[in-house]
Design a protein around this ligand. Structure first.
Ligand SMILES: [Zn+2]
Length: 120
């Protein structure tokens, strides 16, 4: 997108009641806008951005498409692990696979929490 287009879309955002925030986009580092709906928006990426707050502080800002991608990657990996575990009979190997599986499940849970928090 050209600089002029970018400025125009930023101006449109402001006109629609969005406000400029002190946050920057995790993907392109341009300033984020807060829409009237409360959602954060990057005018350059044309994407909604989710900000995860921990203890009242902004811990991370993650673009929603990244969360979607992470979630589907994790689900695919969990399915693969499930297949491996089913075919595995060696105890040491099963233990190792079990540990990986529980890490994956924790990550999946975290991603889903971040997605949910982004919606509120
Ligand atoms: Zn951006």
């Amino acid at each position: 997108m050209s600089e002029a287009n970018e400025l125009r879309s930023m101006a449109d955002l402001l006109r629609s009641g969005a406000t400029l925030t002190s946050l920057s986009c995790p993907a392109c580092a341009s300033p984020l806008f807060k829409m009237r709906s409360g959602e954060l928006w990057c005018a350059r990426c044309k994407k909604r951005v989710v900000v995860v707050k921990e203890d009242g502080e902004i811990a991370e800002a993650v673009a929603t498409p990244l969360l979607e991608a992470l979630e589907s990657t994790l689900i695919r990996k969990i399915e693969e692990l499930n297949e491996k575990i089913r075919g595995e009979n060696e105890i040491g190997q099963l233990q190792r696979l079990g540990e990986v599986l529980s890490t994956m499940l924790e990550s999946l849970e975290r991603v889903r929490r971040m997605k949910k928090r982004g919606k509120t």
